[in-house]
Design a protein around this ligand. Sequence first.
Ligand code: GLC
Length: 727
Amino acid sequence: MDHMSRIEMLIRDMTLVEKLGQLTMTAAGYAVTGPVIAGDSTDAIKAGAIGNLLNLFGAGHVHELQRLAIEESRLGIPLLIAFDVIHGHRTLFPVPLGEAALFDPDAWALTAREASREAAADGIAMAFAPMLDVSRDPRWGRSAEGPGEDPWLGAQIAGAKVRGIQGDDLSAGEALAAVAKHYCAYGPVTAGRDYASVDISERCLHEVHLPPFAAAIAAGVAAIMPAFTDLAGIPMTAHVGLLRRLLRDQLGFDGVIVSDYNAIAELMRHGVAANLSQAATLALKAGVDIDMMANAYRLGLPAALQAGAVTMAEIDAAVRRVLTLKERLGLFDQPYQRGAAPESGAARADRRRLARSVAARAIVLLKNANDVLPLAPSVRRLAVAGPLADAPSEMGGPWSLAGEPATHVGVLAGLRAALPESEILHASGVGILADDVSGIPQVLDLCAAADAIILCLGEAADMSGEAASRAHPDLPGQQRAFAQAVIDRARMLGKPVVAILFCGRPLVVPWLVEQADAVLAAWFLGSEAGNAIADVLTGSVSPSGRTPMSWPRATGQIPIFFGQRPGGRPADSSDHFRSRYLDVPNEPLFPFGHGLSYGRFALSKLRVTPPHARQGDLIEVRVDVANDGARIAQETVFLFTHDRIATVARPLLELKGFGKIELQPGETGTLTLSLPASELSFLGLDLQPVFEPGEIEILVGPCADRSRLLVGTVQLLADDRPPVCSS
Ligand code: GLC
């Protein structure tokens, strides 16, 4: 049947209740992800008054409700079942911030594909992912869910995740509709406090926060979710300019816009709506199609329609987009295909292996003094201590709703499995948050008996993610006192200390980095965390993760990120009147892109060709990479640019590419990176793209630290102008 006739016939036949039902998404009780809890939806589903559900999974449960909608409602329109499949479903991969550290689009797409397969087997047809909020503020707990601090990286992740979640055929049984969220500029909430107001420049919006969403749209994302926040006083859920004009009209997005949880009703708290009907009107006018959990459309739009505040045509347009998405998902023709058959044990085992491999690659080796890692074979007795040493349920991190903590592998179990011949001693010492320090002496005793000490420190899984901002993004509870006591004892005993940080954000721990022999960022690595950590500590996997966010030395440096503009008095130690702090350096503790491996890499011979480039040209950047270390390892090399003189002051570094090369000890290879010259256009004074002739610096190296980058140049030419002969 021609789906347009089906949809048009349905719209023609639907009552207002049934239309508003298609614009309503209600939470079932299988997870709690917001403040309002719904009751039983059975009657409303049969009445056609609810057309979409979230927070429900399990093929049996889903199919039971689907059957109600199809067989017992008047029009038999299938339900859309959505879930937060943020970093895996039952099998958990690293939290997105940790997975960003792989700098591997294929891996990002693969884990998204696997998560979608697993969620589809549970009857789910829509994932509220990818979360694309660029964040430069570790106080904000939702940094854990996103792509880190850089818009270009965010755009790469956006494309990979949308392709992975949706595949190339939304009607396929393992495909889910992706939802790019939270549109837009949620990351720069005031003072890093979740849900707080956002007030940034139009330029920052367009240069930093929109690119990942533009990339998601270019990749064909099926839906978009506006952020809870207001942007300079206009709540995103009612933002006609950014939803209707920019998203739909300019970027050509014709998919579904689904509100965030209760966000339409919260327009009243924002102070832009006096009642639910006015809130519903604002949201519908802005282009929001589905009302998640506010019941604003069901309860507020009839009065708005009656009063002429909205038209039936506007309601029908929203219904049409929702029904079209259901049609594209194959829900009309095969409503039970998702979850029709349970996954095979082999598929789940393969997924666990992938989770282990990706988790190991997400680990960022921040420090490795005297090459204490990988652990030497002579290390036969390990003290594994700290509140996260034997905490498998914490390894899932935030947004691990359908995860199965009973199947998670913690650090202790992972190390015991990897080192069966070694003696692994364990004590937690202190809790994650508790004030009790009575357990510290027991750990100090273990130090004496051990050859090396592994300290597992950091946050609880629920200390990042939504509604989890921290004014002191450091080690909570008594962990600092605990770690200091262990470090002091280990120093007396001459034993190495390896600190592993479990966190949903960069932590402010300069004192720990200063004193521990090795420090790893393990984020929250998911189901296979312990095995992945053991793989890296033992050396069976060389760490290759690179941090997607800058690590502050001090909270006072936040927001901290590499893409800053120079200002008129950039830092210069020779001049007092320059931009700096009296009490800490400007530089982060670890810059974006930092991450050590078990190799030792040196870059040389940067070549940039051609020397002159017009907008349509491809610039080729080549650099030699040598592994002077003793072990095989993979190096990630970043490509930055800097436009020193332009109509608008440009950031000191702009990320435009990266490449990877794996080298044997003593091997040298050449890495080639391609850069379309068109990528060097920027937003001019009028915020429109402009390609300006002039010299561009090309900077290549291991991280966003200019002192460690090789610098070349390319001369951009206007399309009609001959090359300028260098004098
Ligand atoms: C939450 C989050 C959003 C999530 C939604 C459904 O409040 O803001 O990211 O997808 O509600 O759980």
